[in-house]
Design a protein around this ligand. Sequence first.
Ligand code: NAG
Ligand code: NAG
Ligand code: NAG
Ligand code: NAG
Ligand code: NAG
Ligand code: NAG
Length: 312
Amino acid sequence: MGCFGFCAVSCFLLILLLHCSLSTSDSDVTYLLEFKKGVLVDPLGKVLSSWDPSEAPNPCSGSWEGVLCDGNREHVVSVALDGLGLAGELKFHTLTGLSMLRNLTLSGNNFTGRIEPTFGSMASIQYLDLSDNSFYGPVPGKLNGLYSLNYLNLSMNGFSGGYPDGLNNLQQLKVFDVHGNDLWGDVGVLFQQLRNVEHIDLSSNRFFGSINVGISNASSLANTAKYLNLSHNNLNGGFFDGETLQMFTNLEVLDLGNNSITGQLPSFSSLPNLKILRLGNNLLFGSMPEALFETGSQLQELDLSGNGFTGN
Ligand SMILES: *[C@@H]1O[C@H](CO)[C@@H](O)[C@H](O)[C@H]1NC(C)=O
Ligand SMILES: *[C@@H]1O[C@H](CO)[C@@H](O)[C@H](O)[C@H]1NC(C)=O
Ligand SMILES: *[C@@H]1O[C@H](CO)[C@@H](O)[C@H](O)[C@H]1NC(C)=O
Ligand SMILES: *[C@@H]1O[C@H](CO)[C@@H](O)[C@H](O)[C@H]1NC(C)=O
Ligand SMILES: *[C@@H]1O[C@H](CO)[C@@H](O)[C@H](O)[C@H]1NC(C)=O
Ligand SMILES: CC(=O)N[C@H]1CO[C@H](CO)[C@@H](O)[C@@H]1O
């Protein structure tokens, strides 16, 4: 009896051990197949047919459309299904078990669904592109817990509500693109949280408040920003003051068009890399900074239309 019990237990342990050593990618298969259940339309027939464990039991075999694995072919590191016309209600929690997933790109499909807060536990994600789909609902605050993230593109979806606080936790973030949604928030607060980011696109949303946050609040952003697009929002208040503007030494593109920014412009003499400046359709007035028209300027495009500027 004792022997039987012992044998049974060790037998069980042996099975468990064997199962564990063989099952690393087995469990990734399970999660991928759960994810696949959300794909209801696949016009090019790429995903539904190639993600087939009876044909290729290991998703790391290379035949699963858009799936890439680590060198040992044990763990899925990238799921890239851009522009395949896929549609369905995506269940994000099905992916949270892919413990080594670094890239998730689903852009240019017709997916719907909400980002569930549990998705914020996928600490391995570095590159997340959900752009140009029909995702909706709030952006969960837990997304700001994806501390490895360096690229976030949620643009051209139906996301709505206040953008959650905590972007300052994303210290690797270089690209932050949320344009073309129904998101809002005080741009001054966001400015203080966006550290080290190079590309910021908040355009075509309902962000409000003033960009004139003062030099100490804008300095992190100013050090790194190359592309800043805040056009088509509800911004008001004044433009950057001269001292703050001077800090944006890497800035190449500044688009603040179609807001309600008011007041006068400071001198622009100190922006060596500025190539595109769009300030059209605001409430700016006074004289136009002469430095913008000087021959040494890098400026290729300038839009000051639809304001109240005076003078030559
Ligand atoms: C993730 O995507 C980026 C950009 O497309 C690419 O440079 C990188 O190699 C990808 N990484 C993996 C692990 O697929
Ligand atoms: C999304 O679906 C609509 C019809 O529901 C279709 O007209 C459109 O082309 C689809 N978009 C993509 C990117 O496949
Ligand atoms: C974000 O996605 C949109 C739509 O797919 C694309 O046009 C845009 O270039 C992307 N943004 C960045 C910064 O890569
Ligand atoms: C800024 O965003 C708007 C709306 O998304 C877009 O039309 C415009 O081309 C962008 N500006 C620049 C300079 O890229
Ligand atoms: C920075 O922002 C805070 C509020 O967010 C404000 O109280 C403070 O005056 C701002 N600093 C400057 C220099 O304007
Ligand atoms: C500067 C800018 O973006 N202007 C745009 C403001 O919105 C109108 C209407 O949507 C466009 O025609 C302008 O080009």
